[in-house]
Design a binder for this molecule. Structure first.
Ligand SMILES: [Zn+2]
Ligand SMILES: [Zn+2]
Length: 164
């Protein structure tokens, strides 16, 4: 029984289109999508569900030479900063953004069976949290929307166990 990747798996063409957009975007910003940044984005894009820093690093190691932990860390933060990935502060995992540069508050669906998270379309903007907070003088650093539940894979697993 392995964690089920919920949500549709992106087609290879969708992943390469995403890279073309990413490269174009960073050119405009005079930033470079360095090989390590590219590999992290690729790893997250293919996987679709959230990955912990150590899982990302494990994946990078399969390339033969493992990057320094700090280098991998900076690559992840770079992608987060420019909206190509989101960091789930609660689980300390990363997920590729499904709608890069559409400035939005990320929303996550978290399967509680495995603490697996995928990005979900966000129903509301972070504004709904931001405004009342401002009125009380509270400074919001990040807004995270989460829905905790059971993914279709775990539901299937539970169902098939009942039937055997
Ligand atoms: Zn996103
Ligand atoms: Zn699940």
């Amino acid at each position: 029984m392995k964690p089920y990747q919920f949500g549709p798996h992106p087609a290879e063409s969708a992943v390469s289109a995403r890279f073309a957009r990413a490269e174009h975007f960073f050119e405009g910003k005079r930033k470079r999508l360095t090989p390590i940044r590219r590999r992290v984005l690729e790893t997250l894009s293919v996987r679709r569900s959230a990955m912990s820093a150590s899982k990302i690093l494990d994946q990078l190691k399969t390339d033969g030479k493992a990057p320094h932990t700090q280098v991998a860390y900076r690559a992840r933060e770079f992608l987060v900063e420019f909206g190509f990935a989101h960091k789930n502060e609660h689980l300390n995992t990363y997920v590729a953004c499904t709608r890069p540069h559409a400035h939005h508050t990320p929303a996550f669906r978290i399967c509680r069976m495995y603490d697996e998270a995928t990005e979900a379309p966000s129903p509301a903007s972070g504004d709904t949290m931001q405004r009342p907070a401002q009125e009380t003088g509270f400074v919001v650093a990040a807004t995270i929307l989460k829905a905790v539940g059971i993914c279709p894979g775990c539901l299937d697993d539970a169902g098939s166990k009942r039937n055997t």
